[in-house]
Design a protein around this ligand. Structure first.
Ligand SMILES: Nc1nc2c(c(=O)[nH]1)N[C@H]1C(S)=C(S)[C@@H](COP(=O)(O)O)O[C@H]1N2
Ligand SMILES: [Mo]
Length: 343
């Protein structure tokens, strides 16, 4: 029998709470990273996500002691605890590979898959070892330690970024969202991606129906070639982006023409695909949205949404509805929809 390491129980408790906090921050910023598309906020979210993940590494020496001490007593939960450890390690390693720009695009799917698998195991693991809050949790000493951990995590993240730059890793040129460039100004080289279970529809597209209240207009794709242009990045949560010159008609302009400027001040607009895939956006954003029929001067390909797709600058790719068949002005607020598409 090995002698028990003579550590105060508190040390293990603080390590575990710190790990739980970092994992919670990593999970929250991971979900948030899918939602943000504008460079400023995206940079912050992605940096905090990276630092939280790397911060886990700083706690490995302490966690090793905690695990060694508990291993003998935890026969019943060893299997799930070990699996949790493996999944967390896999999440961190695949995240680092993604950041380095290696093994794309599969490595980001591994990262997200392993992270999602971690959640139920972590909840069970932490619940089985739940702790009452203590007054010392907010002591000066604890706060200083938390600050030191945060500073260490930030330093590790900064060092990682510097190494990528010096090494000239493919990931050094990432966008603020973390995505890598693929197919800018060359739509044929841009990946064709669906969100979840959707697929490229076959058969010819019909007309486009635009609805506001009782009024209905029916258009063909040719009606949308108005020469409105925008240069914008399509940035997929799968980890790539491409900047294109998109052309078609601005949504505010089209709606004003069709409905003689008689539009509600608030409300939203539902953009629905031929496949049933849909997103709801605030009507006040219509001036920044484009119904695009071409990219880089060429008509859209079938995979990229022909004959017409939504271009939503500053929003992640899942907002850029392809194969648009119906546009409807509705009173409901834009957030009354699932936060991510369901198909
Ligand atoms: N109808 C429909 N539109 C869609 C999707 C989808 O699955 N179905 N996927 C979205 C996602 S997640 C992205 S990243 C872009 C990808 O566009 P691309 O295939 O032209 O590159 O389309 C968006 N529009
Ligand atoms: Mo995407």
């Amino acid at each position: 029998m090995l002698p028990q390491p003579r550590l105060p129980r508190r040390a293990g408790r603080r390590t575990n709470l710190a790990l739980l906090t970092l994992l919670a921050v990593a999970a929250a910023t991971g979900v948030l990273a899918y939602g943000v598309g504008t460079p400023g906020p995206a940079r912050v979210v992605v940096a905090v996500h990276g630092a939280a993940g790397l911060g886990l590494l700083l706690l490995v020496p302490w966690k090793t002691v905690v695990v060694r001490r508990a291993w003998g007593r935890a026969a019943g939960t060893r299997g799930s605890a070990a699996l949790l450890g493996v999944l967390v390690a896999l999440t961190v390693v695949s995240g680092a590979l993604h950041v380095a720009g290696l093994a794309q695009p599969a490595v980001l799917q591994v990262h997200v898959g392993a992270a999602v698998g971690t959640v139920p195991l972590l909840v069970l693991h932490a619940w089985g070892r739940r702790q009452r809050p203590r007054r010392t949790d907010l002591s000066r000493r604890t706060l200083l330690q938390a600050g030191a951990l945060a500073a260490g995590a930030a330093a590790l993240w900064g060092a990682g970024e510097a190494v990528l730059r010096v090494a000239g890793a493919p990931g050094a040129g990432r966008r603020a969202t973390g995505s890598l460039e693929r197919g800018t100004d060359d739509p044929a080289a841009m990946p064709v991606t669906q969100w979840f279970t959707d697929s490229v529809p076959d058969g010819a597209a019909g007309s486009l129906t635009v609805v506001s209240g009782a009024r209905v207009a029916t258009l063909t794709a040719a009606d949308l070639d108005r020469g409105d242009r925008v240069r914008a990045a399509l940035d997929c949560t799968g980890g790539w982006f491409a900047v294109q010159d998109w052309a078609g008609v601005r949504l505010d302009r089209l709606l004003a023409e069709l409905f003689d400027d008689d539009l509600p001040g608030g409300g939203s607009v539902d953009v629905v695909s031929r496949t049933g895939y849909r997103r709801r956006l605030p009507l006040r954003d219509a001036g920044a949205l484009l119904l695009a029929t071409s990219a880089a001067g060429r008509p859209l390909s079938a995979g990229h949404g022909a004959p017409v797709r939504l271009v939503a600058p500053g929003r992640r790719g899942f907002w850029w509805v392809k194969w648009v068949e119906r546009i409807e002005v509705v009173d409901a607020p834009w957030w009354r929809q699932p936060p991510f598409p369901l198909q």
